[in-house]
Design a protein around this ligand. Structure first.
Ligand SMILES: Cc1cc2nc3c(=O)[nH]c(=O)nc-3n(C[C@H](O)[C@H](O)[C@H](O)COP(=O)(O)OP(=O)(O)OC[C@H]3O[C@@H](n4cnc5c(N)ncnc54)[C@H](O)[C@@H]3O)c2cc1C
Length: 387
């Protein structure tokens, strides 16, 4: 009988494995022991630990060396993101990824040398922390409807409006901010680099969230905030396309994060099922659970391959929108089923905070919502399919 041909990807080799080991060791030393206390406290020492990641060379793995990055590629970055799941705290992971994949990529791609000097290079050193401000109280999915304005006044923009649910927003040093500089609709939107020490900027009351509780996702207010026009990213009124392009990396790391969380939660559940007994036998030996886990482990592999198809597109530079939308949709929705069963398998223990599965369920409920909902992913996939 002929053997099954090896998959052509993912191209992970010894160097990726070495990075995985370094990241995983750090996660188990620095993040994992605090996964519950940081959730209870509603904060984590982001500044200190993001600086440690900078020293490990993990903040700009896929950015050019001249921008303070490591000059590696999306496969190394994928290995990094997957290992973060071992923290078993989705809020902390999201906070890190907002810095590495949600706020800084657009700066690396279209920032001027001066903007990179002022914001990106210090961000790669862990000296500045970034956030992305798109969503507003009156619009999220419909990005083209944003109302926060940036009005020209001499050499400055004057910014007025509000943003909401902005992760890292309470402590970020700068926000990649979507503002209206022109007419209504997508053709009147720009991106600016907003330093949070600007007078007139304030953080609203803490939002009480279902999950990702270790990091703030804040309401932000802009009241006559004056920033220099040199902080415009890209061209004026050309911001919408950059927001959409930036979403691809955000959605892909969301899919990787959800898949990583499923993987560690399945491992934890299988471990629990080997020792917990009912009717004098390990609960994992009941056929109903063996079959459920067989299905979930198979789906996990499928999620990884959908993710890797999207990573491959990011790597080649071809338009990744279809593959990324599929990856986010698939992993985000699958996580709900897999984590539900992992919690159910723990019985009453699953409902108790002592186990990690309760937090995983809460944190991953965000995945079909944040960065573009599952319904929006279906709209995008539908359009690409000519529907
Ligand atoms: C914890 C958390 C962290 C976040 N972090 C950030 C951040 O750092 N930066 C940032 O800018 N934003 C952030 N967000 C915002 C997030 O991206 C939005 O919540 C998301 O895009 C959905 O927007 P919305 O909440 O306004 O929902 P809405 O747009 O009001 O949608 C409500 C419902 O209507 C559905 N819907 C909308 N349009 C359609 C359509 N065309 N077809 C079918 N159904 C539709 C949606 O799918 C959803 O089910 C965060 C959100 C949360 C909860």
């Amino acid at each position: 009988m002929s053997s099954t041909p090896a998959l052509a990807f993912p191209p992970f080799g010894p160097d990726h494995e070495a990075l995985r080991r370094t990241v995983r060791d750090w996660v188990y030393k620095e993040l994992h022991p605090h996964r519950k206390t940081w959730d209870d406290a509603g904060e984590w020492p982001a500044r200190e630990l993001i600086q440690q990641l900078a020293q490990m060379g993990c903040l700009g793995i896929r950015y050019p060396e001249k921008d303070g990055g490591q000059g590696l590629d999306w496969w190394f970055h994928t290995a990094f993101v997957e290992e973060l799941a071992h923290a078993r705290n989705g809020g902390v992971v999201m906070s890190i990824l907002v810095h590495t994949d949600i706020s800084t990529p657009v700066l690396s791609e279209i920032g001027t040398p001066e903007q990179k000097e002022e914001f990106l290079i210090p961000a790669m050193r862990g000296e500045l922390i970034g956030a992305l401000g798109v969503t507003e109280p009156d619009c999220g999915s419909d990005v083209a409807a944003i109302q926060t304005t940036a009005r020209i006044d001499g050499g400055d923009y004057i910014i007025d409006g509000a943003k909401t649910y902005i992760t890292n927003g309470a402590f970020a040093d700068f926000i990649v901010l979507a503002v209206r500089t022109g007419a209504a609709g997508h053709a009147g939107i720009s991106l600016v680099l907003f330093p949070t020490n600007t007078p007139g900027f304030s953080v609203g009351k803490k939002l009480d969230k279902l999950g990702t509780r270790a990091v703030d996702s804040s309401m932000l207010h802009f009241d006559g905030c004056r920033i220099p026009r040199r902080n415009l990213l890209g061209v004026e009124n050309g911001g919408f396309i950059h927001i959409m392009q930036n979403f691809q990396g955000e959605r892909l790391v969301g899919a990787l994060m959800a898949t990583g969380c499923m993987e560690v939660s399945l491992q934890d559940a299988l471990e629990y099922g080997r020792t917990r007994k009912a009717f004098n036998r390990p609960i994992g030996s009941f056929q109903v659970w063996r079959h459920k886990f067989a299905e979930h482990l198979t789906s996990l592999q499928a999620a990884k391959l959908v993710n890797y198809a999207a990573v491959a597109r990011m790597q080649t530079g071809e338009d990744p929108t279809l593959q990324v939308s599929m990856a986010k949709l698939f992993a985000g929705d699958l996580a709900q089923k897999v984590l539900y069963d992992c919690l159910q398998f723990h019985g009453g223990a699953g409902f108790i905070e002592e186990y990690d599965i309760a937090r995983a369920c809460r944190d991953m409920r965000l995945m079909p919502i944040g960065g573009g909902t599952s319904e929006i992913m279906k709209e995008i996939i539908g359009k690409w399919s000519g529907l």
